[in-house]
Design a protein around this ligand. Structure first.
Ligand SMILES: N[C@@H](CCC(=O)N[C@@H](CCS)C(=O)NCC(=O)O)C(=O)O
Ligand SMILES: [Fe+2]
Length: 259
C-alpha cells in the first residue's frame, strides 16, 4: 500500500497531517486545491512534505483565514504567495498572507503590480526539494504567467488556459492573438499528461490535462483567426468587483511597504 513507502520526515506535524504523493527522487509533494465560491476562484497550496516549505498560488483575500489555518494545521512554512496575474474579479490574499505569515509576495514584472519579488520568464521559486518555473503566457493580461512544477507534472495556468475555455481578452490590455500564441507555445508544448490547474472554473470542473485541452478545448482548437473572431464576440459582462480589485491587486492586495 502506498503509505508504507512514505519516508520518515523531518517535520513531525507535516508527517502526521499530510498525504503527499511521490514525484520521483524520493520527494513528496503536498498539493491542495481550495475554492472561493463568490468569484469561482481556485487557490493552490503546494509543499514539500519533508521540509514543510510551502507556496500558495492565487490566494483570495476573503479566504485568507481559512488558508492560513490550513497552513498552520499542517505545520507548513509559507515561503511565497504567488499571483498568476493582476486579477480583475477579486482582491488577492497575498498582501494579507504576507502580513500574517511573513511570506514574500510574487507577481510578474510585466504585470505592472508591486510585490516583494517581480519575476520574468524562466525564474524559479524553490520550496524544499521542489521548484515552480515561470512561463510567460500573456494575452488575458500582458503580465500573465503559468507556473510549471519542475518535473512538468502540473501547470498552474491562471486565466490563460481554463478547463475547456480560456481567459477573456477584452480588458486589461488583453489580446486574443497573443493569448492563442501563449497557450500553443507555452502550455500545449508541455507533456500530454501534465495536469492543468486553472485559476477559475465556472462549470464545476477541477483539473484537466494538457493532452485533453489540446484535443477538446473548444476555443484553443480553432484556427488563430477563428479564435480571434470568437474572443472579440464574447460580450461578457464586466467582473462586478473590477474597479475595486484591479487597483488593490496592483498593490498586491494592499501592501504599501514593497518596491
Ligand atoms: N462573473 C464574474 C467574472 C467572470 C469573468 O469575467 N471571468 C474571467 C476570469 C477572471 S478575470 C474570464 O476570463 N472569463 C472567461 C470566460 O469565458 O468566462 C464576476 O463578476 O466576477
Ligand atoms: Fe483574470
Amino acid at each position: 500500500m502506498w503509505f508504507r513507502r512514505v519516508p520518515v520526515v523531518a517535520a513531525a506535524a507535516v508527517a502526521a497531517a499530510v498525504r503527499g504523493y511521490g514525484t520521483g527522487g524520493g520527494r513528496r509533494l503536498l498539493l491542495r486545491q481550495l475554492f472561493e465560491p463568490s468569484s469561482c476562484s481556485y487557490t493552490y497550496v503546494l509543499a514539500d512534505v519533508s521540509t514543510g516549505d510551502a507556496v500558495i498560488i492565487d490566494p483570495v483575500l476573503e479566504t485568507v483565514p481559512r488558508d492560513a489555518r490550513l497552513l498552520r494545521e499542517l505545520g507548513l512554512t509559507l515561503r511565497y504567495a504567488v499571483n498568476t496575474h493582476c486579477h480583475a474579479d477579486h482582491v488577492t490574499g497575498s498582501g494579507a498572507l504576507r502580513k500574517l505569515l511573513g511570506c514574500r509576495s510574487v507577481i510578474s514584472r510585466a504585470s505592472g503590480a508591486r510585490a516583494d519579488l517581480l519575476v520574468g520568464e524562466g525564474d524559479e521559486l524553490r520550496f524544499g526539494a521542489f521548484a515552480l518555473r515561470a512561463r510567460a503566457s500573456p494575452g488575458h493580461t500582458p503580465g500573465c504567467f503559468t507556473w510549471v512544477l519542475d518535473d512538468a507534472s502540473a501547470a498552474f495556468t491562471g486565466d490563460a488556459l481554463l478547463i475547456r475555455g480560456c481567459g477573456r481578452t477584452d480588458f486589461q490590455q488583453g489580446c486574443p492573438r497573443t493569448l492563442y500564441r501563449s497557450v500553443h507555445e507555452k502550455i500545449f508544448t508541455l507533456p500530454d499528461g501534465c495536469l492543468v490547474y486553472p485559476a477559475h472554473d465556472y462549470n464545476g470542473q477541477t483539473v484537466s490535462t494538457v493532452g485533453e485541452e489540446r484535443r477538446f478545448n473548444p476555443r484553443l482548437t480553432l484556427s488563430p483567426d477563428d479564435f480571434v473572431t470568437l474572443m472579440e464576440g464574447l460580450n461578457l459582462p464586466r467582473p462586478h468587483l473590477m474597479d475595486v480589485a484591479v487597483p488593490a491587486n496592483l498593490r498586491c492586495g494592499i501592501q504599501d511597504d514593497v518596491a
